[in-house]
Design a binder for this molecule. Structure first.
Ligand code: SF4
Length: 217
């Protein structure tokens, strides 16, 4: 059975999304998968982290961000006093591209409805991109060197949504300067959340007219 966008849009909780992904043949990546890597964390998470695609460790374990980069992400999350179960972590693609090659445009396009539905179900206050590839799936024109660490909001999924772009943890593992930048940007997350909650920045009817790529911090 070909899973349609309508099927995905009708998934009303995360387990329904998981179920569809487990049967998905919308692109050819299902043929080489070991496990599905749909996402992990709380359906009520206020913060959703989004990377590009599962790697080898993720494919073997069926969970996003569990390799070395994932360990750094976990440490950063714990540094804020949270656990992985308090947030939600997902990728644009739910199955690993062989040999970690870049996802093909048609693979990303076929997988996109799953991520959109996950965002709709979780309804996060803040979406955090892990790396430029994930960010550019949403906003192709943005440059991470210019916008990392600066929260901005844009119309998405029919409402205003606040986003934050971070460098990918994998880049920070071997580069001390990059790690420091990532840590500094990461530490802004609680302040951004506070501002979102206090000013209702995700509400469609708030009085703040600046929505397009507004630098919030
Ligand atoms: S990568 Fe996405 S679209 Fe492709 S088979 Fe897996 S779940 Fe389906």
């Amino acid at each position: 059975m070909k899973i349609t966008e309508e099927n995905i849009a009708n998934a009303d909780d995360l387990s329904a999304v998981d179920e569809l992904v487990s049967k998905c043949e919308r692109c050819s990546l299902y043929k080489t998968k070991t496990k599905d890597v749909t996402g992990i964390g709380s359906e009520k998470a206020q913060v959703m982290f989004i990377g590009e695609a599962p790697g080898k460790d993720e494919d073997l374990q069926g969970e996003p961000f569990v390799g070395r980069a994932g360990q750094l992400l976990t440490e950063l999350i714990q540094g804020l006093g949270w656990e992985r179960k308090d947030v939600y972590i997902a990728n644009v693609l739910k199955h690993r591209p062989p040999n970690n090659r870049d996802p093909l445009p048609e693979e990303a396009e076929m997988c996109w409805p799953y991520l959109k539905q996950q965002i709709k179900i979780i309804d996060p206050k803040l979406i955090v991109f892990l790396g430029r590839h994930a960010m550019n799936r949403f906003f192709p024109a943005l440059k991470i060197s210019e916008c990392h660490g600066n929260a901005f909001r844009k119309d998405f999924n029919g409402r205003k949504q606040v986003f934050l772009a971070l460098y990918h943890p994998a880049v920070a593992i071997y580069n001390g300067n990059m790690k420091k930048t990532l840590e500094e940007d990461f530490d802004k997350i609680p302040k951004i959340l506070k501002k979102i909650n206090e000013e209702g920045l995700n509400n469609n009817n708030d009085n703040n007219k600046e929505t397009e790529q507004t630098k919030l911090f």
